[in-house]
Design a protein around this ligand. Structure first.
Ligand SMILES: [Zn+2]
Length: 332
């Protein structure tokens, strides 16, 4: 039995037909976790869909209405890059419910996984890049609404910049910027002294956002996160882990979260069809371990979502996601 819960439903499958997004990955991960003995049936919990009020904590009334009444414009549907259907909307409501449950369980027990979610390109008023609803933002807002947290940190290690997250939770202060070799910009927020150590906020929600992503990749416009690390093409394991270590150290110098929301994208993998970094499967597991070790050392609960993953062989995407569970199990 795992010392943490895995939130999963067959309903996570996205009805999008033949698509570069492997909608079947959630079922395959669930099956692989059981077949390999990484998890047992009793480790899983089934989520309830988020309610409309939960979704509206992040998304506009108009956008939610359009999604529920099939009235998106052709342009809005195109921008989502997944074909609209009422079933698709259901799957996203369920993913958001899964992230709410994962956040709640993480706060109670230190760690929980949503075997899905991480739809970090969704904006308050529109969907983008296969993301219709920002499940992680919904979970954070719901936990705040319930009075369970006032400070959350998102650690987005998908190969693509978390533009939706940054738009929903813009940094409170203008991000600082560190120049680096190769013309790649590494924005680090503050230097540990000029920032208010967040926490005296009268119950107001504070979200510190970290995004490590490939600079030359979607999305073209990357709104500022609290910390952005714009990585050059073909960044390898060692380089990536060095930047991640630095980003996490800087973040924790500036901010003490009550919940860390880890978006463990599988697409920094060297064989990814939509990524241009050069991480190995082993390197990605070390990445997971680093995030979890840092959180554990500081006693911060972690909720994990899976975000993207488009490896040429879907088995690799499944292995990378399952390894995140293995990393948590080994560190527990
Ligand atoms: Zn991605």
């Amino acid at each position: 039995m795992l010392p943490f819960k895995l939130i999963y439903s067959d309903g996570y499958y996205l009805p999008i037909g033949a698509h570069v997004f492997p909608a079947e990955k959630y079922r395959l991960i669930h099956r692989h976790l059981l077949d390999t003995g990484i998890a047992e049936p009793g480790d899983f919990m089934t989520p309830q869909p988020a309610c409309d009020d939960d979704i509206r904590l992040v998304h506009t009334r108009e956008y939610v209405q359009k999604l529920k009444t099939c009235t998106l414009s052709a342009m809005e549907e195109l921008q989502m890059e997944v074909p609209y259907s009422p079933e698709l909307v259901k799957a996203f409501w369920l993913a958001a419910g899964g992230s709410i449950l994962a956040a709640d369980l993480a706060l109670r027990s230190g760690m929980a996984f949503n075997i899905g979610g991480g739809f970090h390109h969704a904006f308050p008023d529109h969907g983008e890049g296969f993301c219709v609803v920002h499940d992680v933002a919904v979970a954070i807002k719901r936990m705040h609404q319930e009075g369970k947290i006032t400070r959350a940190m998102t650690v987005d290690l998908d190969v693509h910049n978390g533009n939706g997250t940054a738009a929903i939770f813009p940094p409170k202060k203008k991000p600082g910027s560190l120049p680096s070799a190769g013309g790649i910009r590494h924005d680090l927020r503050g230097n540990g002294r000029d920032l208010d150590m967040l926490g005296a906020s009268d119950g107001e929600l504070e979200v510190f956002t970290i995004s490590l992503h490939q600079a030359h990749n979607y999305p073209v416009y990357k709104p500022p996160s609290s910390i952005d690390v714009h990585l050059p093409d073909a960044t390898n394991d060692e380089e990536y882990l060095g930047w991640l270590d630095q980003a996490l150290s800087s973040a924790f110098r500036n901010f003490e979260p009550e919940l860390l929301c880890y978006m463990a994208g599988a697409d920094p993998y060297k064989e990814d069809q939509l990524g241009g970094l050069a991480l190995t499967i082993e390197g990605l597991k070390r990445r997971d371990e680093l995030v979890m070790k840092v959180a554990k050392a500081r006693g911060v609960p972690v909720m994990v979502t899976f975000a993207g993953g488009y490896a040429r062989k879907v088995e690799d995407t499944v292995t990378i996601h399952c390894n995140t569970v293995v990393a948590a199990k080994e560190l527990a």
